[in-house]
Design a protein around this ligand. Sequence first.
Ligand SMILES: Nc1ncnc2c1ncn2[C@@H]1O[C@H](COP(=O)(O)OP(=O)(O)O)[C@@H](O)[C@H]1O
Ligand SMILES: [Mg+2]
Length: 257
Amino acid sequence: MSATAAVLAAKGVALRYPGAPDPVLQGFDLSLAPGEVVSVLGPSGVGKSSLLRVLGGLQPPSAGTVSVGGTTLHDVHPRLAIAFQNPGLLPWLSLEKNVAFGLDFKRQPRLSRDELRQRVDEAISEVGLSHARRLYPSALSGGMAQRAALARCLARKPEVLLLDEPFGALDEVTRAEMQQLLLKVVADFRTAAVLVTHDIDEALLVSDRVLLLGGSPAQRIGEWAIDLPHPRDDHVSELGALRVEILTTLRAAIRRH
Ligand SMILES: Nc1ncnc2c1ncn2[C@@H]1O[C@H](COP(=O)(O)OP(=O)(O)O)[C@@H](O)[C@H]1O
Ligand SMILES: [Mg+2]
C-alpha cells in the first residue's frame, strides 16, 4: 500500500524521554489502511503506551514522523481519537455532556448546535447508552463508562481510533461485549483502529493485523495478518495455531526484556 493511501503512517519513529539514557522506541514504521484494525501486543513496559501517544500526537517523536492523511502530525488531530483504560469521564458532567466534551477542543471544527446534538445522539446510540444519557459517571458501571468513553471518541467521527488497553479493567463478560462493540463501531463508522492490548485472544478476535513489540529500544519483532471473516468463533483451529505462534514469540521477548 502506498504511504499516501494510509490514514495514519509512522516512519522511522524513535522516542527517547528527556533525561533517560536509552530510547524507548526505535525505527518503528506503520502504515494503517482506512478501516484497518491493528493490535499491538508486547511485554509490559516495552513501550506500547508510549507508541500510542506518539501516534496520537500527544508525545512528539525524537526522530521520524507520524502523518495523518499524508500531513505530518504535530499535535492532537481532529481525525484521531484516543481512549485509555481509565475512561476519564468528568464526574460533574452527565454522560451526554461528557460525550459532547469530546467535540470541544482546539483543533476540532466548530459545529452548529443541531450538528452537535446529532453527533452526540448518534454516538451514544451506537454504543447502546441512549437510556443512560442523563446519568452521571458515578451511576455508570465500568462497562458503561468505557462505552461512554468510546462514544466520546465517536462523536468526533474519527478516521482512526487509538485505544490503549481500553477493556483491561473490565470483567470477562463485559470485555467480550466490548470487543463485539468495537467490531460494530469500526464497521458502522468505517474507522481504522490501533488497539494496544495484553490479551492475545482479544487481538486475534478483533484485528486484521497483529504487531508484536519487543526489545529495548522497542521494535516490531513479529507481525501476523489475521485474514479470517467475522465472527471468528468458527475458525478456532486457525486462531489456535496463530495463538501458539504469537505466544511463543511473546514469551521469547519477555525473557529478553
Ligand atoms: N512520561 C514518561 N517519562 C519517562 N519515561 C517514561 C514515560 N512514560 C513511560 N516511560 C518509560 O518508557 C518505558 C515504556 O513505558 P510504556 O510505554 O508505558 O510501556 P507499556 O505501555 O508497553 O507498558 C518504561 O520504561 C517507562 O518507564
Ligand atoms: Mg501501557
